[in-house]
Design a protein around this ligand. Structure first.
Ligand code: SAM
Length: 488
């Protein structure tokens, strides 16, 4: 505890139910175990590819000169250091002092491309890993361009700002769906247990980093029979683009849906969310992406009621596949508390999760699917002991709920603006486009006000630019990063 912090205790504890969740039946064990030979062969090929790229591009030293020459983002030096560590671990490089040297003969990229096709990795890979393979291939082929600064990693993982390539990792593939099902089974089991004790209970659930809804899409369907007992499902994320997605896609299935911007690395109460409110807080593939796990857990706990349950779906291991895909993104390297993370990755091992959760006052921690940890993910349930560490900034506030979604026309029409001068017409058209993108009434958009202040973030900027491309030639993809207001 620091001098600016104090401990508070939330009264009115919920019933103690977490222990009963231990008995939930797991889904069928997925028929997924990657042929051991294939897995080893693929890893070896990936290491050789890294080695060829590093040799050709002169990356055997972690040097700031190279980083600035190639216009690398700052986190790339961490990525490079981990790549070199993996090369040493695989026996393809040795480290002497601060220098790395590749060992044996280096296979060039052209031969490796041939080997990839001859080995038939795609065809041999079980269907459940199809999404991973597709993403891996896109990243591997683009790696030299990313390393020379010719392409941005985000453009490779999110081509044309589409989530499709990445989304397949989190939903719609049998392995991800099985983990999501375990999360959903536990949420439903908890609600049923509570209803058995309190038939009129009204639940509040908050999801952190809900993204495109890998977990919640299925959950909303399964919550239908209980919908009269759901007072609120607060769907949160860093980007308004995901909140818009949820309102468009899920409001029909989930009349109790609320959306809110929320960064779990900051206190919820300063972001308009109410402390001591939620029966359950869900976070799937999110918490590891924050700079420091302990404050992150404190913030999640502030939202929960006494004995409320935190439900996590988290990565359980480091892998070369993850390093060569998500490892290319800035979010992978935000973590500062390296001593708590699996070396070379933002993930935490099950033992570390258990320790930090207990230390942060989650008094009952459960891993409902320990046998599944080897497949890359872990599910964790943790019950709050109702004691929270607060600061001036995170002290309890009255609930501030987001208003119901505003329906705004998605496509601005030209007819409505055609009687204005060309500049005024363009401004009116742009205001409508921005309003539609932000799902705000157009009257609230002022041409002189910074677009960022309306919540126009980088994902929405790309959506807006794509919309503009349909109507105007010569709009550059960086336009909205260059101009701050519509007037500009
Ligand atoms: C890997 S995606 C997972 C999305 C979703 N939970 C799923 O499993 O399909 C991670 C999500 O967490 C969000 N995120 C990243 N950092 C966050 C933070 N500090 N606070 C809240 N959300 C965050 C991202 O915007 C993204 O939508």
């Amino acid at each position: 505890m620091t001098a600016q912090e104090w401990l508070s205790w939330y009264p009115n504890p919920l019933p103690e139910l977490i222990a009963r969740l231990d008995a939930i039946k797991l889904p069928e064990w997925p028929d997924v175990v990657l042929e051991t030979d294939l897995s080893a062969e693929l890893n070896h090929w990936l290491c050789q590819w890294l080695s060829a790229c590093f040799s050709e591009l002169g990356l055997l030293e972690v040097s700031h000169a190279h980083a600035s020459r190639s216009g690398w983002p700052e986190y790339f030096s961490r990525w490079q250091a981990e790549s070199l560590r993996q090369l040493v671990a695989s026996g393809l490089a040795v480290k002497t002092g601060e220098h790395y040297q590749l060992t044996g003969s280096i296979v060039n990229r052209a031969s490796l491309i041939q080997q990839w096709h001859d080995a038939g990795f795609r065809a041999r890979c079980p269907d459940v890993f199809h999404a991973q393979m597709q993403l891996l291939e896109a990243c591997v082929w683009a790696l030299p361009d990313i390393l020379t600064g010719q392409r941005k990693a985000t453009d490779v993982l999110f081509p044309n700002s589409s989530m499709a390539l990445v989304e397949g990792i989190y939903k719609g593939n049998p392995l991800a769906d099985a983990y999501n099902q375990i999360v959903q089974d536990n949420v439903l089991a908890y609600l049923h247990q509570r209803l058995a004790l309190e038939p009129n209970a009204q639940f509040r659930v908050l999801e952190i980093g809900a993204g495109t809804g890998g977990t919640s899409a299925g959950l909303f369907k399964r919550l239908k029979p209980l919908q009269n007992h759901i007072a609120e499902y607060c769907y949160t994320d860093l980007s308004k683009a995901f909140l818009n997605h949820a309102e468009n896609q899920y409001a029909g299935d989930a009349p109790y849906l609320r959306t809110a911007l929320f960064d779990v690395s900051k206190a919820p109460s300063v972001q308009g969310l109410a402390n001591n409110t939620y029966d359950m807080v869900i976070a799937a593939n999110v918490l590891h992406a924050t700079p420091s796990i302990k404050p992150t857990l404190r913030h999640a706990k502030q939202l929960l009621r006494n004995r409320g349950v935190l439900v996590l779906n988290e990565i359980s291991a480091n892998s070369l596949m993850a390093h060569l895909t998500f490892g290319l993104l800035a979010g992978w390297w935000l973590y500062q508390d390296e001593h708590l993370r699996i070396p070379g990755s933002p993930g935490l091992s099950p033992d570390t999760w258990q320790d930090v959760l207990l230390n942060e006052g989650f008094n009952h921690v459960l891993f409902p699917a320990p046998d599944w940890h080897g497949l890359g993910q872990q599910i964790i349930l943790a019950q709050s002991d109702g004691r929270v560490r607060l600061t001036q900034a995170s002290a309890p506030t009255k609930p501030v709920l987001t208003p119901a979604p505003t329906i705004v026309k998605a496509n601005p029409t030209v007819s409505a603006v055609s009687e204005l001068s060309p500049r005024a017409a363009l401004l009116a058209w742009l205001s409508q486009a921005v309003a539609a993108c932000l799902k705000m009434p157009v009257e609230k958009i002022h041409a002189g006000k910074a677009l960022e202040s309306y919540g126009l973030d980088s994902i929405l900027v790309v959506q807006l630019t794509n919309q503009l491309h349909k109507h105007f030639n010569g709009v550059t993809s960086t336009l909205f990063f260059e101009v701050a207001t519509l007037n500009a």
